[in-house]
Design a protein around this ligand. Sequence first.
Ligand code: ZN
Length: 439
Amino acid sequence: MSHPAAGAFDADSEAQGLIEFVDASPSPFHACAQAADSLAAGGFAELSEREPFPTTPGRYLVRRGGSLVAWDTTGAAAASAGAATPFRVVGAHTDSPTLRIKPQPDHVSAGWQMLGVEPYGSPLLNSWLDRDLGLAGRVAVRTAGGVQTRLLHDGQPVLRVAQLAIHLDRGANDELHLDKQRHLVPLWGVGEAPADFRAYVGARVGAEPVDVLAWDVMVCPVQPSTRIGRERDLIAAPRLDNLATSYAGVRALLAAAAAAEARHVPVLVLFDHEEVGSTSERGATSTLLPSVLERVVAAAGGGREDYWRALAGTVVASGDMAHATHPNYPDRHEPLHRIRVNAGPVLKVNANLRYATDSVGAAAFVEACAQADVPLQTFVSRSDLPCGSTVGPFTAALTGAATVDVGAPMLSMHSARELCGAADPAMYAAALAAFLAPD
Ligand code: ZN
């Protein structure tokens, strides 16, 4: 039996792979397209949820908007549990805090052409000020053959949210107040008449303005991701929360799929809408994961009994980024659980179940890190600070599977430009690969 080990993941090439994945994924739709392309190169065939799933074992994926599920039944085909073979699932999310373009965005203010936006999720609002911004997302277009959605990525610096000069806000360095309605509106030109966002977007996706029916478009920083630090051992990039897990999950599934045989069906699920609560047709509380898992069992000839038997043996690793201990604010962190970058993946524990981790799930990830020969850190919040949450509690409740919340360490979470370690992507991918294909 061949199992993926840390040696299969080179630190520099995984860091570069993450940088390229992030820069090519300015929206959840692009992240799924990138993941699907990488998985296709590894032999995963894309299926339509509207068609029957193939009964032959194989490597498959489905996409639902900005969400994706991929699985590999080739290695588990001979498993003694048959259709009731349990799953090993790695979960992550594809969305990030940003500013989304409103449906009727065009207006003029003081001779500036402005674009109305609504903050999505919980961005660090100040990090979007005075930054060169492009546009990305998905556009619904009327065609002769019906409505199509087309990806939009305008990586040119077309937008800017301009900060007020210090002379006009002497208190800005003491207390910066940013009103979400008034102070985050990007400008993108000058003139007395409003610009035409519909026409601008249409031109970029090959459609007449009248045929642009609707959009899911957001702003994105255009500055490329890069390695920084004296030793270049850090990565500065947008959307590391949670494209770093999405990328590591893709790499892990490809490695697990290369394992010759398996006692589990390895699964990767990437969810949209985590940053806004996960309740949608494709978020972590949706039918996406349970319906696909049930159909995988059905395609293998199993019934509902087999589905529930498979879930009873399933373990989910819900991956989302973790807070490294901040050097300037060490008091904001639990003193007995310091987290460092370039020091390995992070097990996330919260007694009040903001993270789904319990001892059974935790043990599965501890064993995975041991198998991959990577160090493991453990995060808990200070008891006097609220703890963030992620997709793990939702998938745990929907599937009844033992669940562990994990992550990779980073600073500046929810900033337009985040920071992580350059050695961590390889260790993270190795740990997740070992989790998907345990010895
Ligand atoms: Zn996240």
